[in-house]
Design a protein around this ligand. Sequence first.
Ligand code: NAD
Length: 248
Amino acid sequence: AGRLAGKRCLVTAAAQGIGRATALAFAAEGAMVVATDRDVAKLADLKAPGLTTRALDVLDPGAITDAVAAMGEVDILFNCAGFVHQNTVLTATDEEWDFAFDLNVRSMWRMVKAVLPGMLARSRGTIVNMSSACSSIKGAPNRFLYGTTKAAVIGLTKSVATEYVTQGIRCNAICPGTVDTPSLGDRIAANAAVAGSVEAARAAFVARQAMGRLATAEEMAALATYLASDESAFVTGQAIVIDGGWTL
Ligand code: NAD
C-alpha cells in the first residue's frame, strides 16, 4: 500500500506545475485524488489510477462548496492556486491588490472553511498551503503583493494549526524557492527585455538559489506528500522552506 492509501485528496491548480506534480504524486501513493483547476482544457491529459479531474475556479465560493460536497469526505487538502504579480509598493494597483489577496489568500480561507467541518467530524485531516520563501521569511525585489500575500498564507496556516491542534487537524505551509514551472517561463519572458535576453532573465532566476539551479515541481510534490501523509503526524503550523539555499 502507498503512503496515502485510501486518502481522499483535493488539489487546486492541478493543471500544471507544482499542483499537477503533486496530484500525480498523491495518486502514485495510493490516494483517491480530485485534481482541480480553473483551466479544464489543461486538465484533459492529466490521468493516473485513482485520479479524477474537475473544474474548480477557487475564486468562486459556490464552486468550492460544490466540489467539496461532491467528494463527501476530504482527508487531505492541497491549496496550491496562486498568482505571482511582479510589482512594487509604488507600481501595484488596487486591482492587483484585490486580485492577489482574493486568489492567494481568500481562496485558501474558503477552501479550508469548506473542508474543515467534515475533517472535524472525523477528527482527521491534513491541509497543505502553498506559500513561498518570498513571504514573511524573506523579501524579493519586484514582489510586493506576492510576498505580502504569501506572508498572509503563513499566518492563515498557523491560525488553522493552532485552532484545531487538539482535534486531529494539521495545517502546514510549503515555502519554495524558484521552481521550474510554466508560469516561471512567463515571468522569464516578461523580464527578458530588462535582462537583455531570455537566457539572461533565466540565469537571474537560477542564480537566486545557492545551489545554482531551479527546483523541479516533483521536489515540491515530495514535500507535499510528506506533509499530507501520516509520516508528518507530529508536524503542524510550520512554514517549511525548500529553496536550494535561497535563504542561506
Ligand atoms: P503555475 O503558476 O504554472 O500554474 C498555476 C495554475 O493555477 C494554472 O494551472 C492555472 O490555471 C491555475 N489557476 C490560476 N487561477 C486559478 C483559479 N482562480 N482557480 C483554480 N486554478 C487557478 O504553477 P506553479 O508555478 O507550480 O505555482 C503553483 C503555486 O506555487 C502558486 O501558489 C505559486 O505562487 C506557488 N509558488 C511557485 C513558485 C515557482 O517558482 N514556480 C515558487 C514558490 C511558490
